[in-house]
Write a protein that binds this ligand. Structure first.
Ligand code: SF4
Length: 80
């Protein structure tokens, strides 16, 4: 997703995801089950950023990455 605040994407590594579903429980509008029955990031703005960051922290496989470019980098680093 790209806007005047920069670009933010949520990425789930399919080689690490074990489909435990923690991310979907914590941030249900940002993650969903994909075609391979593994989680996929669908919308980094689906939930508030704290929920997305919590999903990243609580993923048991450390499979989620938040990729940012531009001004979004600084905004996120200030919230962590
Ligand atoms: S919490 Fe992590 S391991 Fe579990 S479904 Fe989400 S991305 Fe996959």
């Amino acid at each position: 997703m790209n806007d005047s605040k920069g670009e933010i994407k949520v990425f789930v590594d399919p080689l690490k995801c074990c489909a435990a579903g923690v991310c979907m429980a914590v941030a249900p509008f940002s993650f969903a089950i994909g075609p391979e029955r593994l989680a996929v990031g669908i919308n980094p703005f689906g939930d508030d950023i704290e929920a997305v960051l919590r999903a990243i922290d609580e993923c048991p496989m450390h499979a989620i990455s938040l990729v940012t470019h531009g001004p979004a980098d600084q905004q996120l680093s200030e919230r962590k």
